[in-house]
Design a protein around this ligand. Structure first.
Ligand code: CA
Length: 495
């Protein structure tokens, strides 16, 4: 991407500090330039005045502004396109919406640049802040696309904005008071660059090699998964081979290691391939056993019946993974440990019974690994955006979101601002799964300073991005790659 010119907003943001340095000329210039920015008006647009594609205008639900609202986002192509003039620059986008049938995702395009977000559940009209968007001087288009559909849009406001400020400085203290020196050093490194540097990451060694071939760089973070170490998979013949040993080796070779766990339910796997009412194949085989749809295992029952076989099996499984994590600890390798991800989605069995059983399971996992297995090489990474599911500050070191935006150049500005409202000054915030490789230069221009991102497996191909785009991100000065990591700084043995 081309270098971005310094916008008036960034100048104003910088000039806030100019009077400190005492230059009357700079101060006067700042006042003149910033007065212009501040008088830039908010742009208000009524959705029903836009170009409607497979949507319609309604007036049946009261309380709308203008002459109605846009509804029936129900077809594949459903959208509303708003065309308007603007002075250009960064704007905060607010959308007045309602979601009569529950929270719904949406897609946006601003002058062709895509982003995605989520409208909360709201029967009444409500205002959603979608983060920042960049407008060009002159004519612009804002397109609201169906996404999940089934929402109504009344109007949008575009409010002149500056880039988000850098996040507050964080203490590198880990939640585990007995954290190993290696884990502490890794956390100190992550915290030291937070707000200016973004670490690159990739699940799967094959994809990491593809990155090396096309950019000359390896990602800083390598991701793996303990899925095939789940006892209920091994019972069916799954073979994790030397997956753990390979990841330990990568840790010893100077990569930062992150591990997830697609935890196959301990028992009660449906293990069937069937047809649904439309004749579509539904695969609930044993190897899909981390999905809610492929098991009847009830996490709520297991946790509320301390003497049950179900609870004992939870511990059996945790112990099996604890055994694997111990291999990292024995080698002095800390782990960005990311279990029980995306719980609030409900698609994994650990999130199928609501937030309370999930939080109880998270705490059980933490207690078992920390206090029973004495694993102190773990940095606990929690991935979910819904506040009701957060296990608590005492149980989380890093907060992540998993996102697969419709446009990989989406700077995730709305997500960043949501996370900052909750975690600025408290927890490190990262993109723990991403579809493709993000446009970090754009993220930085918007002020979205994600500590790191980790791309998911198989998402780097030409459908998502060109090799040139991949290389541009990997060669950015603000992106930490494997070669930029302090040599062997997290290899120190336990003391
Ligand atoms: Ca309206």
């Amino acid at each position: 991407m081309a270098e971005r010119p310094l916008s008036k907003e960034i100048l104003c943001y910088t000039f806030q500090f100019a009077p400190v340095f005492g230059s009357i000329w700079i101060t006067l210039m700042a006042v003149a330039v910033c007065a212009g920015a501040q008088t830039k008006p908010t742009i208000h647009l009524e959705a029903e005045k836009g170009q409607l594609v497979d949507t319609s205008v309604a007036v049946s639900f009261p309380g709308y502004s203008g002459s109605g609202y846009v509804t029936e986002f129900t077809k594949d192509d459903s959208k509303v396109v708003l065309t308007f003039d603007a002075p250009g620059g960064l704007y905060t986008l607010r959308i007045r919406f309602r979601t009569p049938s529950g929270a719904k995702g949406y897609d946006l395009k601003v002058d062709g640049e895509g982003s995605s977000g989520m409208f909360d559940q709201s029967q009444a009209w409500a205002v959603h802040t979608a983060g920042k968007v960049e407008l060009k001087p002159g004519s612009n288009t804002l397109e609201i696309d169906k996404g999940w559909g089934w929402f109504d849009v009344d109007s949008v406001d575009l409010i002149p904005a500056a880039p988000d400020p850098a996040p507050k400085r964080l203490s590198p203290t880990l939640i585990d008071p007995k954290a190993t020196p290696a884990a502490r050093k890794l956390m100190a490194y992550l915290v030291s660059g937070y707000g200016s540097r973004t670490l690159s990451g990739q699940y799967g060694w094959d994809d990491a090699q593809y990155i090396k071939q096309n950019t000359g760089k390896y990602p800083a973070i390598l991701g793996g998964d303990f899925m095939d170490y789940s006892p209920s998979r091994i019972a069916f013949g799954a073979n994790p081979k030397d997956g753990t040993e390979q990841m330990v080796q990568k840790g010893l070779q100077g990569w930062i290691v992150t591990m997830s766990w697609h935890w196959n339910a301990p028992k009660d796997l449906i293990n069937k391939i069937s047809k649904d009412q439309n004749g579509n194949t539904v695969d609930n085989s044993w190897y899909k056993g981390f999905y809610t749809s492929a098991t009847t295992f009830d996490v709520q029952y297991a946790l509320s019946h301390p003497d049950s076989e179900d609870r004992k099996l939870l511990l059996r499984d945790i112990d099996a993974i604890g055994f694997q994590l111990k291999k990292f600890d024995d080698a002095g390798v800390p782990v960005l440990w990311r279990p029980l991800h995306e719980a609030s989605g409900g698609w994994f069995w650990w999130g199928a019974k609501g937030p309370e059983p999930f939080k109880a399971l998270w705490r059980l996992l933490y207690d078992r690994l920390t206090n029973y297995h004495h694993l102190h090489n773990l940095i606990w990474v929690y991935t979910d955006g819904d506040p009701k599911w957060y296990p608590g500050d005492r149980y989380v070191d890093v907060v992540g979101i998993d996102v697969y935006p419709s446009d990989p150049n989406d700077p995730l500005s709305g997500n960043w601002e949501d996370e900052m409202r909750r975690f600025d000054g408290k927890k490190l915030v990262a993109v723990t799964e991403f579809g493709g490789v993000p446009d970090v230069a754009k993220m930085q221009a918007f002020g979205a300073h994600w500590a790191y991102w980790v791309s998911w497996i198989g998402d780097l191909g030409p459908k998502k991005m060109t090799k040139a785009e991949l290389a541009e991100t990997y060669r950015l000065g603000q992106v930490a790659t494997h070669d930029k990591l302090p040599a062997a700084f997290f290899k120190s043995k336990r003391q």
